[in-house]
Write a protein that binds this ligand. Structure first.
Ligand code: HEC
Length: 102
């Protein structure tokens, strides 16, 4: 719980400093189910970045229902979002920025 508040404090100060939109998009739409480095309801960004291309990530966000089988999932739980092209661009870059991180 302490860490959670620290996280909030940290992110709000980063947002004020005008941190990348990818992070804002992540916090607005994805954070409930994905964390950057830890397994949540969905897989962590570190793991996604390891095995997917930018095109695959964008395709999954646009249409999880038509992509999940190809990605090896038995069922599709992820919500479908209607993000702008810019949001898709920045969120996929944000996810890929976790490539090679732990
Ligand atoms: C309701 C919970 C939920 C939300 C919200 C959510 N996801 Fe997911 N996501 C999942 C789950 C669960 C999976 C695993 C496959 C499935 O069930 O669709 C997944 C899978 C993915 C994958 C494919 C993972 C792989 O194997 O490469 C990507 C990419 C992804 N999510 C990105 C996002 C992004 C970006 C957002 C925010 C715009 C987001 N997700 C919001 C639950 C969620």
């Amino acid at each position: 719980m302490k860490h959670f508040f620290l996280f909030l404090l940290l992110t709000s100060s980063l947002l004020q400093a005008g941190e990348s939109d990818g992070k804002t998009t992540f916090e607005t739409y994805c954070w409930g189910c994905h964390h950057q480095t830890a397994m949540a309801f969905g897989p962590p960004f570190t793991r996604i970045a390891q095995k997917r291309t930018k095109e695959e990530i964008i395709a999954y966000i646009i249409s999880p229902k038509s992509m999940y089988k190809k990605f090896g999932y038995k069922r599709s739980v992820m919500t479908q979002f209607h993000l702008s092209n810019k949001e898709l661009e920045t969120i996929s870059d944000y996810i890929l920025s976790y490539k090679g991180k732990k």
